[in-house]
Ligand binder design. Structure first.
Ligand code: HEC
Length: 130
């Protein structure tokens, strides 16, 4: 995924138009505007580290470097993704991809509680400092 907001890329209003087009392709699904602050999670990152190893590292790499799944130890992702985006992505998954929603029961892997998902996010956020 190259940088698009650059001299040779797209202008801000062009990016807005691409986003509008993508939303249209997705069926213009309405979403609730998120009134919570970008960062609100206060959870146990040490517990999140253990949960990440057992549930996520197989696809995202032991240190978030990425494998079958994309790298999560990624400056742009961590600085632009809100806690809500991460909670929703991990809880609900991405339909049609290997990324399953961890709130949904599955015969092949364990389910996570919202609290466990929040602790994984606290752990993932700890990579920002490095
Ligand atoms: C079976 C493999 C697999 C497992 C296990 C898995 N993921 Fe994923 N994950 C993926 C893939 C593949 C994608 C990219 C989906 C797409 O194309 O949109 C993804 C996407 C994501 C994204 C979105 C990244 C972005 O740039 O938008 C996050 C966040 C994420 N995963 C977190 C997790 C967490 C946390 C866990 C453990 C609780 C986990 N994943 C477990 C395969 C996996």
């Amino acid at each position: 995924m190259p940088v698009w907001a650059s001299e040779s890329g797209l202008k801000p209003d062009e990016i807005v138009r691409v986003v509008a087009y993508l939303r249209q392709l997705g069926g213009n699904i309405s979403f609730k505007p998120d009134s919570s602050p970008a960062r609100w999670i206060k959870a146990d990152a040490a517990a999140g580290s253990r949960l990440f190893t057992s549930n996520c590292s197989g696809c995202h790499g032991q240190n978030g470097e990425g494998a079958e799944g994309p790298a999560l130890k990624n400056k742009v992702l961590l600085s632009s993704a809100t806690d809500r985006f991460l909670v929703e992505t991990i809880g609900r998954g991405r339909r049609g991809t290997a990324m399953q929603g961890f709130l949904n029961p599955s015969p092949t892997r364990s389910t996570l509680s919202t609290q466990e998902i929040e602790s994984i996010i606290a752990f993932i956020r700890s990579w920002e400092a490095k």
